[in-house]
Design a protein around this ligand. Sequence first.
Ligand SMILES: NC(=O)c1ccc[n+]([C@@H]2O[C@H](COP(=O)([O-])OP(=O)(O)OC[C@H]3O[C@@H](n4cnc5c(N)ncnc54)[C@H](O)[C@@H]3O)[C@@H](O)[C@H]2O)c1
Length: 384
Amino acid sequence: MRTMNVAIIGGQFMGKAHSNAWKNAPHFFDLNIHPVMKVACDLQEEPLKKFAAKWGWQETETDWRKVIARDDIDIVDIATPPGVHRDIAVAAAKAGKHVFCEKPIALNTAEAQEMCDAAEAAGIVHYLNHEYRRCPAVALAKRLIDEGKIGRIFHWRGTYLQDWLCDPNFPLTWHLRKETAGSGAQAGINSHSVDLARFLVGEIKSVVAMQTTFVKERPLPGAVAGTFKAGSSGGGQTGPVTVEDAIAMIVEFENGAMGSFEASTFAPGRKNYNYFEIYGDRGSLLFDLERMNELEFFSKDDPEYAQGFKKIIVTEPCHAYVDHWWPPGHIIGFEHLFHHGVVDFLDAIDRKTSVTPNFLDGVKGMQVLEAGLAAAQTGVKVTL
Ligand SMILES: NC(=O)c1ccc[n+]([C@@H]2O[C@H](COP(=O)([O-])OP(=O)(O)OC[C@H]3O[C@@H](n4cnc5c(N)ncnc54)[C@H](O)[C@@H]3O)[C@@H](O)[C@H]2O)c1
């Protein structure tokens, strides 16, 4: 077995999810490449040292450029806000490192394209972490579609709702500023729905959309504020929100299907409600991330007297990734999806091939997201 040294940039929410995956994937999967957790990088030394010690990163560094300059780093894992993805990914690719990058790929399509071009020119493996593709129930949905069990797809209904930004006193974190996030609910959560729609239904051809910002001014953030983590500076100062809080899009797919997307962080009671429905001429599918071990399937091939939605518990050894975890019915969770990404990424490096979603998917997904924002701003249908 080969070893490869990993450097992670960004050590909070996703830093934790990724660290867990780098650390534990080799315990559950047979890998030809063993990831060595070499360097963790974040901006502030004290929290970074704690993070590194907790997860077993051997060294720390506060300047990502120094990390990229090191000859002994093989893989760069980007778990920072989107505003710095492009700079880190392009520099890493040019230095010949493989790149595992969080979504959304970058601030806009131009940046995403730059990343894609640099990665392809360098011949590195690049991966964009839309981890929901690697949920066994979603993989089963893909299999049923590919096997023709849903038939010709008529409708996609994608909904991604959360409630953590609903409180007007939640501070002005990076998620709420265009220069650090690119956009709001569109980049933060609808990017996942768009990725799933592209994966399961196909490419999107045209978009109409509507968006709004419910809370236009927020307290400045304190040192601990971040994703799902409140805490203002306490100084009483506020700043403007420069992204949308909610967006809805109606789309047409290249294959003629119609789709709707609804994304908001202003849906009290909805915590991470990543939900979709797919309707075709032979069957239908329903998926709810908060019940992620289940897939609902309606088949017109069932005898008429027994037709109805059936709930498949996607925990059998025949389901994607499951045989590496637990016996049937012993469910898996959010964190397992990151392991699946790490495993497939390392496998692509080992086999000198590619993995999806990658930076090309990032470009295509970002084109849809940007088209949606443009359509919402102008009120005019945008054709891609
Ligand atoms: N795939 C998912 O399910 C999912 C979920 C949440 C967030 N994300 C994405 O992951 C990325 C990170 O989000 P998060 O929730 O972990 O954010 P976070 O705010 O919890 O953590 C980001 C970390 O990056 C650090 N950072 C910022 N700029 C840096 C720089 N120049 N150099 C080094 N470190 C830097 C910050 O100090 C912070 O510790 C974003 O792109 C976000 O959209 C993905």
